[in-house]
Design a protein around this ligand. Sequence first.
Ligand code: ATP
Length: 734
Amino acid sequence: MLKRLEIVGFKSFAKKTVLDFSSATTAIVGPNGSGKSNVAEAFRFALGEQSMKSMRGKRSEDLIFGGSHSVPRANRASVAIVFDNSEQAGRRPFQLDFDEVAIERVVLRDGSSEYSINGSRVRLRDIEELLAGANVGETSHQIISQGEADRILIASARERRAMLEDALGLAIYEFKKQEAQRKLEKTETNIAQVESLRRELAPHLRFLERQVEKLERVDTLRSELSTVAQTYFAIEEAYLAAEKRAVHEAAEIAAARLAQASAELSAIEENATTDAEGARRLAQVRAAEAEVEKAALARSALARELGRVEGALNAAKQRSAHEAREPYAKVSREDLIALAEEARRQSAPSTEPGALRAALDALSTSVRAFVDRFISRDDDLMADEEQAVYALENERVALGEKEKRLIDEHDRARSTLTRARETLAAHDETGKEMRRRLLERAEAKAHEEAQVERVQARTRELAQIEETLELEKRDTVALAGRAVLSYAPVATPPEEARSVQAERRRALERLRIRLEEAGGTGEDVRAEFKEASERESFLARELGDLAKSADGLRSLTRDLDAELAKHFADGLARVNASFGEFFATLFGGGHAQLALEEPESNEEGTDAVLLGEAFVHPGIEIEVALPKKKVRSLVQLSGGERALTSIALIFAMSQVNPPPFLILDETDAALDEANARRYGDMIESLAKKSQLIVITHNRETMRRAGILYGVTMGGDGVSKLLSVKFEDAIAVAK
Ligand code: ATP
């Protein structure tokens, strides 16, 4: 699957160097320090290695060709690995729709790295995901660096487990788990944010809710007002209509009766005169009657006027009640003391009249100035309504006085008439009987006149009641809207005392006052409340969704854990089978296996141990039994034995889940001739499953390679690559 490696400016490879890997096994040979290991590191680098240490550097700059006395330094290092991605057995190794996949990494002197896939810039994450998908996991298990073969022996049990998981191709589960974890953390952050937004919103919402409740109470009050007002208005109207009808009838009856009484009286009076003296006296009666009539007319005209003024006054008073003025002025103690002091100063103790006069004037001016200070301009300028009340009151007083005068005149005219009638009656010779009848009729007529006056007074009263009703309607409409006037009229007033209606009127007034105090329809508050509660339910939904997705992510993590555990157990068994076999082959006997660490806190022996929130999986121990030796512990092994054990394990691991390629940097360094041959045999069988790149000084190993590259370094400090034949390889390697 590996096609080639292109190195430019990386470490000792100053010039562009291309390694072609068209064979199953490629060997790289060359003298010490020529730059062979740099090739392995070029692989690490391009695969996204972040640890500088594993590339033998301190800073990123150390990866860029540093220059020599004859060749200038480079400004960037780039390494591209080109993979063959054409379909094999119906699928492409990488999930990309290209026949070739080139992943490239560039590092600049400022330390920044750039990654690309087939020339398009990508993130490191994208590279990692792409590689994991093709079973090119972490570089550690497929690039075995020089002297690093026994890394897996040195590693802790936990680290060993991680290495094994990676070799088994389970890294993708780790990826997915981390991804789920990241999403979960993000979701939890979002949950916290939404919760805090909700907490922030809550008091405002509660406030608005209370406002709206208040408004609803106002609504209730308003509809209560409507109900009470409608009943009151309907009854009042029915009452007025009935009363008007009654008063109208009464007026007609009274007018008829008065006419009849007048006619009867006139007839008697006409009969009573037969002579000139009698005619003169009758004329006097008629004149007196005309006077009475005139006075009565004047009185009723005045009464009408008075009615009008009183109605207007009532209305004006109601209107001006809203503009009540403060009747008192506040005067401080200091001001009063100052005034007294001023008065004392100005009342000079002199009896001379000129001086007294001057003192009095000065005193008067001071007092006037003092008063002016406390009577504001506004006090002088009465409010319009107040002025209207004032004018109407004056008018009413004037009309009242005029009425008194008219009543006097009326009374005087009446007594003149009575006297004229008595004179007329006294003249008549029919005497007593005639007088009795005349006076009786006159009395009857006066009675009817009084009746007419009562009816007129009642008419005025009704007009005032009507006017008050109109005012009440207007005030109620202002508070409850015009709709309040849409009610069914009542045909006849209910049979109840008038005080019942008066009680309704007081209730109406109380409701009006309460409504006025409550004020406003609060449409803005309602709109704001609606908006805030919509936001609240949005947040609640959001929270629900987030909680659901957090649950989903948690269960995904659990599922991934379970799957990982299953695959791990399975993979472990398979690695153990090959490990034992390779070990026995290399050592000519004995056996070895990987075993799960004894869980300390989990006696039931299940795979995972719950530590706090996270499951911690037990680490991996290596158990060895050398042939014919009682050695059991790793630390007791010799250097060569360690190398053999490592090789057995590395090969076993790569057999189970063969990586696409395996780079072995002098893994065979510590082997003696016999072991080198066995190693070479194993290389051959390994190469059937993974492409191998071996950096070696070992003849046996070189023999198994299809392609041999020699790396040399001249006096210019630049590594050079050349293809060599096996026969020449040994010479080049020296
Ligand atoms: P051995 O067989 O002894 O392991 P090797 O062939 O693996 O040797 P390397 O360790 O790969 O050799 O090469 C190291 C060489 O690379 C040294 O000569 C070192 O000076 C050179 N080198 C390392 N980094 C740079 C760099 N940034 N610029 C130039 N040369 C570098």
